[in-house]
Design a protein. Sequence first.
Length: 95
Amino acid sequence: MEWGKLVYLLVIILIGYLPYKAIQRYRKDGLASISRRLALLMALWFLILSTLLILQTPSLYINVSPTPIAGFGITMLIWITAPWLLRRVGRYPAR
């Protein structure tokens, strides 16, 4: 096992994970309280880190068929619209 690459992967994952954990811990309503601008910024952060990881593995085969691309696009769309969706769908319990 190449420990340097494993540590690099773990650092990239940690950098991507920290903003979500901080929002869940320090904001009263968690991800439901973030703005659309912050959600877009976090989605962009995810794309940058994903691109960085993909560029570090040049022999990686990436499937560019429509199904994975559509799935990735839908995931990104949900991330961007999550604050709006959570405010519209979610509600506080009556009791």
